[in-house]
Design a protein around this ligand. Sequence first.
Ligand code: UDP
Length: 355
Amino acid sequence: MRVLLVSTPMGRLGSGRGGGVELTLTNAVAGLLARGHAVTVLAGEGSRLSADCAGAQLWCEAGADQLSWQHQDRQAPVTMPPDALLGRLWRRALAEQHRFDVLLNLAYDWLPLWLTPHTTTPLAHLVSMGSVGAAMDGVIAEIAASHPCHLAFHTAAQASDFDLLEPPILLGNGFDLRAYQFNGVPQPLLGWAGRIAPEKGLEDAAAVAARLGMPLAVWGLREDEAYAARVEAQVPAGTVQWRGFLPTAELQQALGQCAALLNTPKWNEAFGNVVVEAMACGVPVAAYARGGPGELVQEGVNGALASPDNLDALEAAARRALALPRDGCRVWVEGHASREVFSERLEHWLLSLAG
Ligand code: UDP
């Protein structure tokens, strides 16, 4: 297949602004290339592809970012800033579509979903979040009714947010396990990774770290500075250790040093890349039993689950996770979330559309 993969209109690839979508894109591109397909990536200006995507073409467009749907009111209308990157990406995609067998959209935005019945090359969407706004729910329900095979999701928990008439196509996610090193000798340190924003619930992880008397190393982009300051102020000084946003090679090395990862989203997390990335390094995960992490964490195998938003339960889960053997985490990832397994599912879905 000749695949045109259209990235998120949130910053450039490599900036972290796109959250988990950036790593999903890398793994999708590298996985499709390895299976013999030709891939072109269309993304924001300044984007860079990682070395294992070197076989792909990269086209860039300049333009202003979209507002993230998860940070707006549920009833927010669909908006576009002047000189919107989203508009420019899709103008280019439509102009070039005749050169491809399938278009793959990774952006959680109304415009590409709405375009689905109107392209001449089949347009597929890997939906990257659960329900966060009525306008998105509406357009996803419309496409689910008219073009159900054009939508895929990461997990059943994510898909259950939407009004679907048919069982969802579930792709999970996949990681290049050669890029994650197993670390069997952790430090007395808890870890947390992700965009630092209210929907990620960092405050609960910080509270539990304080209860356990362990420092919490935090990796990720500080999307919301006021929120980060509030979280830090709620716990004893030194509990939260800000470690910045690291590229994958450095992140995995740092994650591997953690005794356990806490994962505490307040929303229906679509997947939870950092959960699997930590497990790949041998780090057990204590998470709330909701969304993607609730499906990824297997009690007693690769981590422990707590009833959502319950700090006592999370503290108990963290204690159980800390007591687990670390090799089971890595073994679970090898069997369930490798790039090979993911790209095979992705290929199967895209081939069914490309005809
Ligand atoms: N991440 C990173 N460097 C960091 C912290 C996080 O590259 O220092 C990446 C991480 O690899 C993951 C993404 O940020 O792919 C967060 O994705 P996740 O699915 O956990 O949440 P999202 O941001 O999509 O809600």
